[in-house]
Design a protein around this ligand. Structure first.
Ligand code: F6P
Length: 538
């Protein structure tokens, strides 16, 4: 048996033992538990002590990371090696956020000079729009940006905008991702074309949803501005020729390279709309926060490495304790889109059953991620989190100091975040519930029925992530933390975290069915699909 297989076997055995042991009891058994299970990095405080692992189990998880050669894989990632072999690419999003003067190479090709040049061009363009030096076709300054893109060309920018936007922004930023006409209609509604910049973001510049929305927005601009529409249309793409063929002026096409994966692309010109609407200096600060997390990930030993420990906590739940679902609950309204962002980051990266070498994986991979903002979710799915038949580990995030005023509300929010994490772990034993009900004067029969319903089993794991403040730097660090966590998990599972073949089949079939809905006679399909096509054609 290889070291790697032996490490897996020991971790699974540890998981079986952990299932029979209350998490809370670990604090008595291990009085020094907090020290190795908490750490601070880049303005983020990470508490992994409410996870089901003992300190010995943590050691086993670290052994697994070593057996999987996480450090070697990390060094290959940063060296620009071909870590995405099925597409023949490096994955070098770290180069995009590196400080000036860095030297990154994608499969041997130097890339940092080009990165710095596009960062400068993007910053200059964003600054000129913001200050009004660059105006629209009629000479009016731009007051709104409509960002059109989907998937990785949407989730990151939307998250960053929601997290950092001013309550009354100088430049309004709207988004349209879905091909559902409702979204582009709402995005354009009420805007003045002469004061609106449309930014079409697509790595490939072929994505059906994005091209449909871009075509609608381009017509909206042309109807109002004629030839002047040109100066209102901007593109961001790794296929600049296609963007120009679509009618975007060459000097308004911002490029990036194919070694930037869609879901890792917020650091590239994909963030242009945010740089315009938040300010180029804010975008630069976001990049520096991401770069700080890169330094931490590269330099910290595995046992004090935030992305590594976060990944191992997930793997302990997912693989040692067979937990297929994970919740992410930011107690910060500004971070309410983080779960959506992580759904793509984690599930598109690691939702795979075949290894990089083409062989089937020998263990389960990415968990299903869901979540939304606390405290709202306490009035939605937290009943199930506390008393449901499945144990769902959660990442709970909070921001210590809010910049949005009303400190008394912020304190209430924090109290809720801490209370939920504690309640999920300690629960409420039936004996205590029975005592309380008896003191309230309920009969023995009534207690018999009610006590089990008011009991909280507890023993439900959480990771607590406390941000000092939510600012561009800490947000950048947070996003990079989850990116590297996802990478570490992929390495341990032996999968390629940077391709996404699983999205292709649906796209191909949608093309065929579109022809079926618009054409003469439908092609061959299963009976259910044929019946649906017939209904829609009638
Ligand atoms: O959802 C599939 C996907 O290929 C994602 O990986 C990507 O982020 C998204 O589509 C959008 O792709 P593009 O930026 O090329 O329009």
């Amino acid at each position: 048996m290889s070291d790697h297989q032996a490490a897996w076997r020991r971790l699974r055995a540890a998981g079986a033992a952990a299932a029979a042991r209350p998490i809370a009891s670990l604090f008595d058994a291990e009085p020094d538990r907090l020290e190795p299970l908490t750490l601070t990095a880049c303005g983020l405080y990470l508490d992994l002590s409410k996870q089901p692992w003992s300190l010995k189990d943590l050691g086993l998880a670290l052994d697994l990371a070593r057996a999987a050669e996480v450090e070697v894989a990390r060094d290959r990632l940063f060296a620009g090696a071909m870590v995405n072999p099925s597409e023949g690419r490096a994955a070098l999003h770290m180069a995009l956020r590196a400080p000036q003067g860095s030297a990154f190479f994608a499969q041997g090709e130097p890339v940092s000079a080009e990165v710095e040049a596009s960062r400068a061009a993007m910053g200059a363009f964003a600054g000129a729009i913001r200050t009004g030096t660059r105006t629209g076709a009629t000479g009016k300054p731009f007051k709104a940006v409509v960002h059109i893109g989907i998937g990785g060309s949407d989730f990151g920018p939307r998250l960053v905008w929601e997290a950092l936007r001013a309550p009354v922004p100088k430049i309004e930023l709207r988004f349209a991702a879905n091909v559902d006409p409702a979204e582009i209609t709402q995005a354009l509604a009420g805007l003045e074309p002469a004061e609106t910049l449309v930014v079409v973001v697509s790595k490939t510049f072929t994505t059906q949803e994005t091209m449909a929305n871009a075509t609608i927005a381009r017509a909206w601009l042309r109807d109002a501005l004629g030839a002047g529409a040109d100066s209102h249309l901007v593109a961001v793409s790794a296929a600049p020729d296609r963007a120009q063929a679509f009618g975007v002026r060459a000097d308004q096409v911002f490029g990036f390279r194919d070694w930037v994966g869609g879901r890792y692309s917020i650091w590239s010109a994909v963030g242009l709309s945010c740089a315009i609407a938040l300010g180029p200096e804010v975008f630069e600060a976001l990049l520096s926060g991401g770069a700080a997390m890169d330094d931490h990930f590269r330099q910290a030993p595995l046992e004090a490495n935030a992305p590594v420990l976060l990944a191992l906590a997930h793997i302990f739940n997912r693989n040692a304790m067979d937990r297929p679902v994970r919740a992410v609950v930011p107690y910060a309204q500004r971070l309410r889109l983080l779960p959506n962002f992580l759904q793509q980051l984690e599930m598109e990266s690691n939702g795979k059953q075949v290894r990089t070498d083409g062989q089937p994986v020998s263990q389960a991979t990415a968990a299903t991620v869901f979540g939304d903002a606390g405290a709202n979710v306490q009035h939605a799915f937290f009943q199930l989190m506390h008393q449901g038949s499945d144990v769902i580990p959660a990442d709970i995030l909070a921001v210590a100091r809010s910049a949005d005023g009303h400190p008394e509300s912020q304190t209430k929010l924090l109290a809720n975040a801490l209370a939920q994490a504690e309640a999920l772990m300690v629960g409420r034993p039936e004996s205590e519930v029975r005592r309380t009900l008896a003191q309230e004067g309920l009969s023995a029969g009534e207690i018999e029925i009610l006590a089990p319903q008011k009991t909280f089993p507890g023993n439900r794991p959480t990771t607590f992530l406390l941000m000092e403040t939510l600012n561009p730097e800490t947000l950048g660090a947070l996003i990079a933390l989850y990116e590297h966590k996802t990478f570490v998990e992929g390495v341990i599972w032996g999968i390629n975290s940077f391709d996404q073949w699983g999205v292709e089949l649906g796209k191909t079939l949608a093309g065929r069915i579109l022809a079926d809905l618009e054409g003469e006679a439908p092609q061959a399909h299963d009976p259910s699909t044929l019946a649906l096509i017939a209904r829609l054609r009638s």
